[in-house]
Ligand binder design. Structure first.
Ligand code: ZN
Length: 279
């Protein structure tokens, strides 16, 4: 598999800075802060251009950790789903092309016309099997990231670690799980879910849950500002064999309005003091 497994460290997810920085200054800042990898989004790669993105990665010496994303996958009819899956397969190949460690699968929200989640879950499982096969042939791991159940209508039909583990069991050994603090911290079965994910955790996304929650999507907190036991979650990931970096992923109207250099410095400081990890 591409990317390799490096121990520890911190990775910045571009989404944390998407309103203040384009990709080029983001890459420069990550390299200057001593990080060795970054997590990217396809729209930002497209904005900079694939060739220029490659050149900047080469010049900064940065590798790609997570690539967002393959999906959405759900549409109201079979033709719509086929078109989305074709596009998602292109993203899988592009992620592999950039040497990413893993590509995140994203089912997307529920299309109109069908009530409930049963049909959508079945369609998502079919689509994910297709993407898993594509990823296998491209030589990259496919990452399932359960999202908070509050987002089941808007963003995903995959909402628990238990579901992600069951899907990963079915889909084969190039399929793993991304654990995001914001999405899993509330789960009464968290400990069991993390243990069941042993050996297939591909990333640990960190942020915090603020009370009251400012916004379900764009109201995430800086590590240490909320109520998640991040050190405890990190310990569960390590106990499950995860040796990779912690990845800072903060979708936040507040932090997007702050100077990005200061956000990065603060995030690195919190990773050091709360989780004991350095760039
Ligand atoms: Zn995440």
């Amino acid at each position: 598999m591409s990317g390799g497994r490096q121990t520890g460290g911190v990775v910045m997810n571009f989404a944390t800075f998407r309103r203040q920085w384009t990709l080029a200054p983001f890459l420069d800042a990550c390299a200057a802060a001593g990080m060795s990898r970054v997590s990217l989004w396809g729209d930002a790669v497209e904005a900079l251009g694939l060739a220029e993105t490659r050149a900047r990665l080469r010049d900064t010496g940065l590798g790609v950790f997570g690539y967002n994303r393959a999906g959405p996958l759900l549409a109201a009819d079979a033709a719509g789903r086929a078109a989305l899956i074709a596009r998602a397969k292109d993203e899988v190949r592009r992620a592999a092309d950039l040497g990413a460690d893993h590509v995140l699968a994203f089912t997307g929200g529920t299309p109109p016309g069908v009530l409930g989640l049963d049909d959508h879950r079945a369609h998502a499982a079919e689509a994910l099997a297709t993407l898993a096969a594509e990823a296998r042939s491209a030589g990259i791991r496919l990452a399932l990231e359960p999202l908070h159940p509050m987002l089941a209508g808007d963003r995903t039909v995959l909402t628990t670690l238990a579901e992600a583990n069951a899907l990963a069991d079915d889909l084969g050994d190039n399929v793993g799980i991304v654990v995001d603090a914001h999405h899993v911290w509330w789960d009464p079965a968290l400990r069991a879910g993390m243990a069941a994910a042993a050996g297939r955790i591909l990333a640990l996304h960190v942020n915090d849950w603020l009370v009251p929650l400012p916004h379900p999507l764009n109201g995430r907190g800086m590590m240490g500002d909320g109520i998640i036991d991040l050190a405890g979650l990190h310990a569960l990931a390590r106990a499950a064999g995860y040796v990779g970096p912690v990845e800072v992923e903060i979708f936040s109207d507040h932090w997007w309005s702050q100077p990005p250099e200061e956000v990065m410095t603060l995030a690195l400081d919190r990773c050091r003091t709360i989780l004991g990890v350095l760039p």
